[in-house]
Design a protein around this ligand. Structure first.
Ligand SMILES: [Zn+2]
Length: 219
């Protein structure tokens, strides 16, 4: 069972999103991603430094994905234009390396879809997916993977089932906790709820997620 995106080390195998400069002890022992998050792109000098670190990590094969990065016009006061500037720098850098990219997107899905068209060959992972079936369909048709997390634990969220099914059938499904200092979700619980929503066994689900991670060359 793998946690496809989290911010804290896990007792499960995981893709750990690094902050700062990624030099913690756990760094070399885990699958890791690194990027400039739209919430933390307000300091020009710091971002410039982080971009250099990112390039170094990518060149030295020390991360398996870029991100999370993206656009958010709800949960941060950083302007969308500043967010977009740093997002694009990371995407442009990735043109030479073609690593998977973890996308953080809040209230900006149309913009992400427009940008994705320009970088159709890149493998983007839309993390914390909680959008409509139509958006899921569009993203999957554009070479995106969908990563589902704690929103599935809300029993009232029935509409997510069609997107889950679509991602599953198209082998574009990932599962994550997004665990950080502010909240904890049990990974096994997320797998178990998704298995029940898809009417399949947890073992089948584990295989599907492995298959997605293989396709993305993360495993
Ligand atoms: Zn995250």
């Amino acid at each position: 069972m793998i946690d496809c995106h989290c911010h804290l080390p896990s007792r499960y195998k995981c893709v750990l999103n690094l902050h700062e400069n990624g030099t913690s002890d756990s760094f070399y022992r885990q699958l890791t991603s690194f990027g400039i998050h739209p919430w933390y792109c307000g300091d020009e000098n710091l971002c410039q430094k982080q971009l250099q670190i990112l390039e170094q990590l990518v060149k030295q094969n020390q991360i398996i994905a870029i991100g999370e990065c993206g656009l958010d016009n709800k949960l941060t006061s950083n302007s969308v234009s500043t967010q977009k500037k740093w997002f694009l720098k990371q995407i442009e850098l990735n043109q030479h390396y073609n690593l998977p990219v973890y996308i953080h997107c809040v209230n900006m899905v149309n913009e992400i879809i427009i940008l994705k068209k320009k970088w159709i060959n890149q493998h983007w992972i839309y993390h914390g997916f909680n959008s409509s079936y139509e958006v899921a369909k569009k993203l999957i048709s554009m070479n995106c993977w969908l990563s589902f997390g704690r929103v599935v634990l809300n029993n009232n969220n029935i509409k997510i089932n069609t997107s889950l099914k679509l991602a599953f059938e198209n082998k574009r499904l990932l599962i994550e906790t997004d665990n950080d200092e502010t909240h904890f979700t049990d990974l096994q619980c997320v797998y178990s709820v998704i298995a029940s929503r898809l009417n399949c066994s947890i073992d089948v689900l584990i295989n599907e997620v492995h298959e997605s991670l293989h396709q993305l060359q993360i495993l």
